[in-house]
Each structure stands twice: as C-alpha cells, then as structure tokens.
Design a protein around this ligand. Sequence first.
Ligand code: UD1
Ligand code: UDP
Length: 383
Amino acid sequence: MKKIVSIVGARPQFIKASRVCRQLRDNGFREVLVHTGQHYDLNMSDIFFAELGIPQPDYHLGVGSASHGKQTGDMLSSIEQILLREKPDLVLVYGDTNSTLAGSLAASKIHVPVAHVEAGLRSYNKSMPEEVNRVVTDHVSDILFCPTEISINNLVKEGFDNPVNGGKLIDRDDPAVGPGSAMPLVANVGDVMYDIAVSMCEMVNPGSVLERFGLAKNKYILVTIHRAENTDNPDNLRIIWEALGEIARAGINVFFPLHPRTRKAFMENSIPLDTETNIQCAEPVSYSEMLVLESNASGIITDSGGVQKEGFFFRVPCIIPRNETEWVELVESGWNILTGIDREKIAGTAIGLARGTGPGDWHPYYGDGHAVDRIVTILKGLD
Ligand code: UD1
Ligand code: UDP
C-alpha cells in the first residue's frame, strides 16, 4: 500500500484523522489529504488543523453548507476527479457525515478500495442523516475499522461474516490481514478518539482553561447540542432550553458552546440566549479546551456522538437528549442516560448528577489507546 487519499470535512473528522495522518506519514505512506469544506468557520475547521498539527489539505473542495443532495453531490463529483488524477491504492473515510458518504461512494464507484474508520455503528433510526451515511459507507467499504465489540456484532447481523459476501472478521489482537484479499475485512481496532483524547488531555493545563471561562471544577454542567432532530425541531429545541433554564435556576452553572447550526436555530426560533444568568453560551471551543471542559464537568448534556464518549473516557456521566444512541454500551453500563426530549428528566437528572457518583464499573469498551497503531499495522499488512 503506497498512496492513500484521506477524506475529511467536519469537526470530529479533523480530530479523528489527526493522529492517523501523522502515523501514516511516519510509516512511509504517501497521504493525499482532501478537505471537503463541509465545515469552514475558523472555530469549526482551521483551529483543529492548527492545534492538532494536521497537515494542510492537498485539496480543499470548499463545498460549504447546502442541502444533503447538493452538498453530497458537489463533493462526490470533485472527489471523483481527484481520485482519477491521484490514482490512490485506498481511500480512507471517517465517521458518518456527508463527507464520509461522498468519499466512500466516489471511490467505490470507480473501484478504489475504501477503508472506513468508525465502522459498524448503528442507531437503527433511518431518519438520522448519519444512519444512512454509515450504512451505505459500511456496505461499500473493503476494510471496516470498528471501535467496539458491539459495532462488530452490528456488522455480523448484516452478514459481514457470511461466506456468501466473503466477509472476514479479524480480532483486535490478530491484525494479520492477508494481502491482496478481495474480502471485506472487519477489525475491532478500538476507538481512535480514545487514543487521542486521553493522550491530549494529559498535555493541557486545566486551570487556565477553567479560569478563561470563569468555571470551577465539578461546579458546572457542560452542554452541546447539534443533531438535526433537535435543532430542526423547534419544540425539541425549546424543551432543551427550558431544561437548561431549570438547571440554572437550581443554582448550577451551565456552559454551552454553540455549534453554528444551533446558534442559528435559536435565532430563527426567537429564543434569546441571554435570559439566564447561570447559562453561559459561547462560540465553539478548541479541542484542548473541550477536553478540559468535559473532564472537569459535574455532568454533560449532549446529543453529540463524540462528546458522549469523551465524557465516559473521563468518567463524567452524560445525559443524552435523544431516544437512542449508537454507543449503547454507555447506556447499558449506566454511564450515559437517555432522557428523550423530556424537560423534567433532562433537568432532574442533571441536577442530581454529582461528580464521583459514577453509576457503575468503568470498562475499556474503546480499546487500550492503540487503535491508530492497529489501523496503520493493518494497512501496512496490505502492502
Ligand atoms: C455534520 C454532520 C454530523 C456531525 C456534525 C459534526 C452530516 C449530515 N452531519 O452536522 O453527522 O455530527 O457535522 O459537527 O454530515 N455551519 C456554519 N459553519 C460551519 C459549519 C456549519 O455556519 O463551519 C452551519 C450552517 O448553517 C450549516 C449548518 O451549520 O447549514 C449545518 O452544517 P452541516 O455540516 O450541514 O451539518 P452539521 O449539523 O454540522
Ligand atoms: N468539540 C470541540 N469543540 C466544541 C465542541 C466539540 O472541540 O466546541 C469536539 C469534541 O471534543 C469531540 C468532537 O468535537 O471530539 C465532537 O464533534 P461534534 O459534536 O461536532 O460531532 P459528532 O461527534 O456528534 O459527530
């Protein structure tokens, strides 16, 4: 394996790709990095490239925001042109965004092998745009890098270990992959976000970050909301805001870095963000700031996939204002609580959360911090 085209475009993909990019290059791969431009604000894109030392993209597609069809379609045709020109041995995609879908579809249509990092996740809710993106991406991928046992099992249920489709399962401790295999390879490598979050958090000075935002350890609830089902539904948005108000009026500080989509939704629904003194709304923060904010919170309310996992990495319980989650092991173990969009449940649970009252044992669901090593080892094995 010599040449890899990596496709990124949205905030969590910059974070996931950061370490993989570095290790691929350190291991002699020629990586061509493509930024689709799905996220473009300084604090949604450039800030991550700078802080995480991600190489400048070789191609920036500048697609920007648009409807699903237009955004994905624009990416698809541009990525196809790049792949025809670059003739890579493999395309690497991350997660479940429209950039993931465009990258995997463009490659598979012209018979370039696809590797999917964070494969096998399912919410089983097809009204989520991400669910469509992940199912399609998994089914056109040649290498499926799964983060957990449950994601492996989800793929098994979809026939990935069935000899009819030629699928082959390998386990985390056996990264020996037959070179030139035409079969999709499904490997539990662990979660790249775990590798990155834990090692990066150790390098940040929490005091200065908390001071910058006027917060004290274990004395605030951190909030992020951006899912379409919450931001595009005025009732859901209003209920979540009312729940935050209730928490604030119980004397608990709430820190809420707003995704641009969420800020826009509050404005469009005429929900003023400055009515509660204990709620601090902010611009999106950097990754290192976010890790500090997560690891020092008394609890987190989030509909983000990445943030709910990071809460668990740092043993901080999360409230998920959704009806289901892809990271089911976190709910089953009691660390994360699915409240649905229920004002009393969200507020009551948050008020009741106290640091240190972790609901159960902490299991290494996400591997041992060497997911990136395994991915690179497997890719080297295909050389
Ligand atoms: C996307 C992903 C979602 C992922 C999230 C990570 C899809 C379908 N969704 O959702 O899976 O969890 O990224 O954050 O791919 N906007 C800006 N500036 C930006 C980026 C976005 O103002 O830099 C605003 C625009 O109004 C845009 C809206 O946010 O229309 C939504 O952006 P988009 O990338 O379409 O979806 P996300 O909600 O960010
Ligand atoms: N994040 C960040 N700054 C913020 C909010 C989130 O750096 O203001 C990080 C967070 O730590 C996690 C990732 O962005 O690593 C999650 O991205 P997001 O919630 O946008 O998407 P999702 O994970 O739901 O796809």
